[in-house]
Unconditional design. Sequence first.
Lengths: 355, 386
Amino acid sequence: MAGASESIVAETAARIFADLADPQTVNRAKDDAWKATLWRAIEDAGLARAWVPDELGGSGAGIEDGFAVLGAAGRCALAAPLAETLLAGWLLARAGMTSPAGAMTVAPARPHDRILMAPDGTLSGRVGNIPFASFAQHIAILADGAAGPVVALVAASDGRVTAGRNVAGDASDSVAFDRVAPLRVAAAPVGLDRDALMLMGSVVRAVETAGALETVLTMSVAYANERVAFERPIGKFQAVQQNLARLAGEVAAALAAAGSAADTMAQADRVDDAVFLEAAAAKIRCAEAAQEGAAIAHQVFGAIGFTKEHVLHRFTLRMLAWRDDFGNESHWAAELGRRVARGGADAFWPLVASR
Amino acid sequence: MTAGLRFDQMRLPAECEALRAEVRAFLAEEIAAGTFDPHRPGHGDAHNRAFSRRVGAKGWIGMTWPKKYGGGERSFLERYVVTEEFRVANAPVRLHFVADRQSGPVLIKYAPEHIKADILPRICRGELCFVIGMSEPGSGSDLFAARAKATKVDGGFRISGTKIWTSNAHIADYMLGLFRTSPPTRENRRHGLTQFLVDMKAPGITVNPVYQMSGQHDFNEVVFDDVFMTEDHVLGEIDGAWKQATSELAYERSGPERFLETFYVMIELIRALGPEPDLRGAEGLGRLVAQLHSLRRMSVSVAGMLHAGKEPVVEGSLVKDLGTLWEQKLPGRVRELTAFLAPEIGNRATLEEQLAFATMIAPKLTIQGGTTEILRGIIARGLGLR
C-alpha cells in the first residue's frame, strides 16, 4: 500500500510547501503576503479539493492521497486552511454536493456543538473552535434536521464570526448562525452523523500531528549533533540521547496510529467499532505524543527553542493546538472507554486483534 | 538529516484470520481440559511438556522454518498471530518459546547441516527447550565483558565459567551461549566472543536455581567446569559473534510478547468497571485502549516490514522500549482506576490476585532482553546520534 512518500499528489504538495510555506521564511515574514501566494498555488494544484471526486468538480485524488498531503502539511506546520477545505469538500461530496471555489471550513468542530435546521430550511446555532472561519468563503455544515442529519453549504459571511486564536496563533473562531438560509442542502447519507464528522476531523488532525512530530524529531536530532556544550555536541550526552530516544518513541506511536487510522478511513463509509477504535485511538495517542514530544523537543533546544525567532514553536504549538479540534483526547478516551466497557471484557481482544 | 522512522500500513491477510480461529479453538479446548487457567497467569507451571508437544503437532512451532527441518514454511505474519493468541490466553509456552523465537533461527543460519537435521525437527515437535547463555555475574548489559571461556583443544573446545539469569536452564536441553575464545583487541572490544551450541546434559555442567522476588523459579546460575564440546558446536565465526547478534534483534524486540505480558489485568479492569463505567474509569480505560492499539499497530507494521524483507531495526527497538514500559505501568494504572470501585465487585478476588502477580513481575519487563537504557542507546545511534 502506498505510504506518504509514494503519493505523487503528496510530492507535489511537499514541493509547493517547500517553495511557499518554508517554516523559516514564514517565521521571518513581516506580513501575511505569503498566505495569498501559497493559497493560490494550493488551489491551482487541486490539493484543496483532493477529497472531491471528479464528477463533483474536484481533483478526485482519493482519501489516501489527501491524507498523504496532510502528512506533508504537518511536516511543515502549514498555517493555511488546507485541512479544513479538504474536510469541507469531503463532507459536501459525501452528500453528493459540489464544492465552491476558495477556502472552506467545517462546522461543528466540537463534539457537543449543534446547528439545527428549522422546518423552513434555515440554520441556527452557535459553534466554537471553528478553524479558519474568518478566512473561509464558505462553511460546510452538518446540521440536525427534523428527519436526521443534513449537510449544508453556507456563505461564511452569512454567519456572525467572532475571531479567536488557538495557542499557535491560527484562527479558531466562534460562529453564530441565526436563521441562515443555506446555498445548498442535502440529506446526509446513512452513517454520516456528527460522530463520523468528528472522527474524520480527528484523523485529519492526527495525521498532521504525526507529520509535525516527524520534523520535530529531525530538527531535534540535528540540533543535538550541532550544539556544543561542555566541549562536545550535546547529542553525545547519554541524558540527551535518552530523551531523544523517548521523542522517537512518541513520533513512532503517532505515525503508526495516524497511518493506521487514515488507512481505515479510506476504506470505511460508516463508523463501526473498528473504525471508532482506529480514529479515536489515533486522536488520543497523537495528542499524547504532541504533549510529550513538544516538551522533550523544547528541552533539547533549550532557550533558543523558546524564542519567537526560532521555528520550533511553529511545530510544537500547532500540534498542541490541534489536540483541541474535533474532540480532544479526553473526550475520545471517555467515549472509547465507554464503548469498550459496553462491549465487555470478552469482546475486547477480538476487537483489538481485528485490526 | 536523519533517516526517518517508517511504519508501513499492514493488515494481517485472510489466511492469518483463518489460522487465528484455529488457534483460539485449540486454546479453548486446552482450557476446557484444564491444561491451564487463562485467568491465573502466576498459577501453575509456565512450561508444560505435553502441551508443547501438542502445539508442535499443530505445526505452530518453527512455523516459518524450512519444511526439510520440520518447519511449516509459513509466513512471519502467521507466526505473529499464533504468538499473540497464545500470549493473550496466558498459555504455558515457556518450554518451546525461546527455541521458536530465536534459537532455531540462529541454528538455521549458523549450525552445520547434521546438527540442523537432528535438532530443528525436535524443536518443531515441541520436544526441546533452549536457554540463552549471555549474562554473567560480571557482565549483564555489557555483553562484551563476558569472561566464561572456551579453550581450543583436540577435536573441540573446553568451556569454563559461569552464566547467570539463564531463564529455563533447569529444564533446558540446549543452551546457545557466548563464550570467550580470544581476548578483546584494542581496536575492538567486542572481538573475541564465539557463539556455541551447548548440550545441557554434558558432564561438568551444574545448574543452581536463583529464585525471583515473585517466588517463581525461572532464573538459574549455570556453572561450566571444563565442559567438552565438539568442534561442530561452534555457531558462526570464531571470535566474531558480535557480528551475528544484530540481525535477529528486530524479530526479538518487536513481537507481541513485548507489550502483552500483563495484558490480563486490562481484561480484568474491563470486567471490574462493568458496562457503564463512570467518567474517570471510562477515560482511563479509553487511554489504555488507545495506547495498546497504537503499540499493536506499530508491532504489526514492523512484522509486515520484516515479512517484506526490510530491516526496521530502530522501529523494532522502539516497539520494545514503548511496549515494555507500557506493560510495566499497566498494573499501576489498573490499580488506580479500580481504587474507588465497590469492594464487592464480582471479580475482586481475581483482580487482586492478578494485580499482585503483575506488580511483582513488572520490574523485570524493562530489563530482560535488553534494558530500556541499552535500547535507547541503540535507538539514539539509529537516529544518527553518538
